[in-house]
Structure formats: structure tokens, C-alpha cells
Design a protein around this ligand. Sequence first.
Ligand SMILES: Nc1ncnc2c1ncn2[C@@H]1O[C@H](COP(=O)(O)OP(=O)(O)OP(=O)(O)O)[C@@H](O)[C@H]1O
Ligand SMILES: O=C(O)c1ccc[n+]([C@@H]2O[C@H](COP(=O)([O-])O)[C@@H](O)[C@H]2O)c1
Length: 217
Amino acid sequence: MGNSTSPLIALYGGTFDPIHYGHLKPVEALAKQVALHRVTIMPNNVPPHRPQPRANGQQRKSMIELAIAGNPLFSLDDRELQRATPSYTVETLEQLRAETGAEQPLAFIVGQDSLLNLQRWHRWETLLTLCHLLVCQRPGYSLTMKTSAEQRWLDKHRSTSVEQLHSMPAGKIYLAPTPMVDISATVIRQRLAHHLPCDDLLPAAVAGFIRQHHLYT
Ligand SMILES: Nc1ncnc2c1ncn2[C@@H]1O[C@H](COP(=O)(O)OP(=O)(O)OP(=O)(O)O)[C@@H](O)[C@H]1O
Ligand SMILES: O=C(O)c1ccc[n+]([C@@H]2O[C@H](COP(=O)([O-])O)[C@@H](O)[C@H]2O)c1
């Protein structure tokens, strides 16, 4: 698809404390919608805009490995876990862009809640010069931006063309009609603290790891 020789590279950043079906299921649907061969999950080390994670980087990485075992769509990149500084996405993308070259189509996947806050990210204006944004729907979050200036920015960059995502290296925002999955890591941590079941919320292997390591209690 498109003019490029390499397929669109898609990165999925997050805290993943822990990884859950709200991360996995919308992105599996997104991959079908925009013909992604591979999604690279990238856990952060020092999330820029939130309290530090409860599980450490190695534990969150292990849970991701368990969640994606046997699923060829997903792989894991732990480069942000190697950095002690805040995991600014723009810095990670600059590093990746230097590795791939200027022509390689590159995308960063976020949920709708992240899109609504994107203009508060470090050097946010640079992000779209480095990648496309693929946005998954998330229940409870507005489909319109917080200010008219932010909405104008979205409208300016928005594309409904899958072809453009594959043929251009960066610059487009694609709002994907993914299924709504009402799960958050916050609710999972709260349920676990109260010894409530989470069987429908995250893979069994991840639940087993959480039990074994006494996380979130
Ligand atoms: N249920 C969901 N539907 C769509 N996107 C999601 C969902 N849960 C998380 N995401 C997206 O996945 C990325 C990583 O999210 P994160 O690891 O912070 O999960 P979270 O469930 O939002 O965590 P927490 O509750 O601890 O804030 C973000 O871009 C977020 O928008
Ligand atoms: O670069 C930033 O300033 C920035 C601010 C907030 C979030 N991010 C990234 O966005 C992704 C989702 O973040 P979070 O907090 O929802 O897990 C994750 O890769 C974060 O490192 C990045």
C-alpha cells in the first residue's frame, strides 16, 4: 500500500500499569482498519504527566510480554525504560526518526483521552513533524477538543485516508472508529486493592503475574 517501501511503523506508548484489554482490543481493531502488520508497545519509565506507576518498569514490561505472547501483531520496545529522564514522546520519536530515515511512515497510537491533552505535551508542535497520530475511541471522553484553537489544529491535520497514512511519513491525525472498551488501569488497581475479580479486564497470564508478585494490594 502507498509509495513507501517499508510498511507503516506503529508505536503504542503508555504506562501500562498494568496492561489490559482496553489497551489491546481497540488496537487490534485499529490494526485491521488501517492495515498495520505490527504494533510496537512502548512502556514509559517516567510518565511526564501523572504520578509514578505502582509497578516498576521491569514488572510492567513482564506483564506486557505475557499479554502479547503468541500474538504476532504485537512486539515490545523497551527503549524508554532505559532512560531515567521523563519519557517525553517527542524525544523518543526523534530517536526513532533518526533510525528510520525521513521517508519512513511512522505512527504513534493514543486513546481519545490522550488526544485531548496532547497540546500539553512537551514540544507538542513537533510531534506531527515526526509521526502520524492514530487515535482510538475511549468511552467517557469528548470527541471534540477543549478549545476552538485545539479543534482547528485537529481539523487541519485530520485525515480519513488510510492511503495517506501509508504513503506520507508523518503529519496526519486519524480518528479510528474502534470499539469502545470501558476499562482503565486505575479501575483495575482499585479492584485489586479490594480483592475484586478482574477476569474480564485483562489477560489471565497478567492477572497471574499480579497475584504472584502481590502487585496493587
Ligand atoms: N479503554 C481504553 N480505550 C482506548 N484507549 C485506551 C484505553 N485505555 C488506555 N488507552 C490508551 O492507551 C494509552 C496508554 O494508557 P495508560 O497505560 O495510561 O492506561 P490507562 O488505563 O489510561 O491508565 P490509568 O488508569 O493508570 O491512567 C493511552 O494513549 C490511553 O489513551
Ligand atoms: O511527551 C509528553 O509530554 C507526554 C505527556 C503525556 C503522555 N505522554 C505519552 O503518552 C503515552 C500515554 O501516556 P499515559 O500517561 O496515558 O500512559 C505514553 O507513551 C506517555 O509517555 C507523553
